[in-house]
Design a protein. Sequence first.
Length: 210
Amino acid sequence: MIALSAGCLGDDAEDSPSNETETDGDSGAPSSDDDPEDGGDGDGQATELAGSDSRTYRYSKRSTSPQLNLLGDDDSATDWLAERDRTADSLETFVDETDFETSILVSLEAGAPTPCHELALESIAAEDEQVVLDGAVRETSDDDEACITQETTVGRLVRATFDGQRLTTVSATIVDRNGESRQLSVSHDTASESTGAESSNSSDETAADE
């Protein structure tokens, strides 16, 4: 099972024919790829990404390496929230609004040196039977804005909604605070449980169920 949360100085839709975005307005909102890709739905038809939405968050625990989590149902999402030291109304509402018949939730996390950072989602697409995301730790403060030094974990909770069978394999590239790219992947046959992967030394990793 797995879970997440937040705290900072400047912290910050969708019908599916066979089987569920709104953006939070912050700078990490990505573009989505709606072109058909191989979805492996058994009929030879591609599973399309019908839409995506996301929310930023942060919490005080220091993160030593980027992490990727897959949340495939209400229970795993609830546990994910509970394991973080903050369950902001915005995240709880975001989870409650998720239809797990047509959607999955994915969290991206990484460490940051100050609360004036966020994890920006730069792209999301359905490719080769998986959801592919790119994220990066970005500073949010202006040049003339003072920000205290305080280790924190920044994250983004992403909802991916499908036009067809859900994809339950996720891969992500996260650029950390030092500009290093980390490759991570998670997979679950049914996405009925929370699954997580944590990167180390820029290596590819595939998670097992927790």
